[in-house]
Write a protein that binds this ligand. Structure first.
Ligand code: NAP
Length: 281
């Protein structure tokens, strides 16, 4: 089984971003990472994103707010970041605490700065297959991995396990745009094993440690594992039992070191795209 490492994909995206930055060297675009509270997942993603932007020659600033911030105060602060001409793009770490109306925030984010595709405008563009919006970075990272390794998508049977708005659903649209025949599975899917085994491209995005094993994987399938979980020994693992599919799948992404690494590279690419668009380049 060939291991599809994220690092190779990230390196290719870095080159692309550097090409896009020609002419923008004087004032590198700036990412605003907006965080409420101190959730370890958010802090870890924020650190990763900050490091990636720095490695790609882009700017990033964290805007952190206390967990108990009043909803109206947060809305005002978010609107100010959104308006700031020095902020090229925004990453809002979610979920937000219950007193903050998430939908309202998603509706006020400027679609041109909405790098993770949370605004209704960008969602509609992903749904319609239009290329000038921003898709959620993780969903796009899956397509980047497939393309970087030259894995054909057109006409292939793709099965996605998971239907969230950040991964499963937008990914279904992106794969459809690439002419795959897409099935989306979830907790009410009957006979998940059978559905998964039919996949030529199987994407796991359920958030359940090692839930997919050899019995879910067809001979010579390509397996992309989006899951980030902690196993019973406290170690990071995916939704796929990686060891058990060796010898059955043709190719698979590891966790860690697979899709997760590519997500922040896609975020950097979106930031460079936002900069170019805002400067009319
Ligand atoms: P989520 O919102 O919890 O959605 C999980 C989806 O999986 C739901 O649609 C759920 O079905 C489905 N599901 C859960 N258990 C299942 C089961 N036993 N059988 C079939 N379907 C099942 O999670 P998410 O935000 O999409 O994230 C998914 C995973 O990706 C998590 O591990 C997360 O940490 C990871 N992630 C990684 C990145 C990255 O950068 N690599 C970014 C974001 C998320 P229902 O709809 O029926 O409940």
């Amino acid at each position: 089984m060939e291991v599809l490492k994220g690092a190779a994909v990230t390196a290719a995206i870095k080159e692309q971003v550097q090409g896009m930055m020609e002419g923008l060297e004087g004032q590198p675009p700036k990412l605003a990472i907006v965080r409420v509270g101190e959730r370890p997942d958010d802090l870890s993603y924020e650190r990763g994103a900050m490091k990636r932007m720095e490695a790609f020659g882009l700017r990033a600033q964290s805007y952190a707010f206390p967990e108990e911030i009043n909803g109206e105060d947060f809305k005002e602060a978010f609107a100010a970041i959104n308006r700031d001409p020095d902020v090229t793009g925004i990453l809002l770490l979610k979920p937000l605490p219950p007193q903050i109306p998430e939908r309202e925030i998603e509706a006020i984010i400027d679609p041109a700065k909405d790098l993770d595709g949370i605004s209704p405008v960008n969602m509609a563009k992903v749904f319609a297959g239009e290329a000038d919006g921003f898709a959620p970075c993780t969903a796009e990272a899956v397509v980047e991995v497939l393309k970087a390794y030259g894995i054909p998508i057109s006409g292939k049977r793709a099965v996605i396990v998971g239907r969230s708005l950040v991964v499963g659903r937008p990914l279904a649209m992106l794969l459809l745009k690439e002419n795959a025949t897409v099935t989306v599975c979830h907790t009410r899917t009957k006979n998940l094993e059978e559905e998964c085994r039919r996949a030529e491209i199987l994407v796991a995005a359920a958030g359940r440690a090692k839930m997919l094993g050899a019995s879910h994987v067809g001979e010579q399938a390509v397996v992309i594992d989006v899951g980030i979980n902690v196993d019973e020994d406290g170690k990071l693992c995916g939704d796929v039992d990686f060891a058990s599919i060796d010898g059955r799948a043709a190719m698979a992404t590891p966790v860690p070191g697979g899709v997760g690494a590519v997500t922040t590279a896609v975020l950097a690419k979106h930031l460079a795209q936002a900069a170019k668009r805002s400067r009319g380049l």
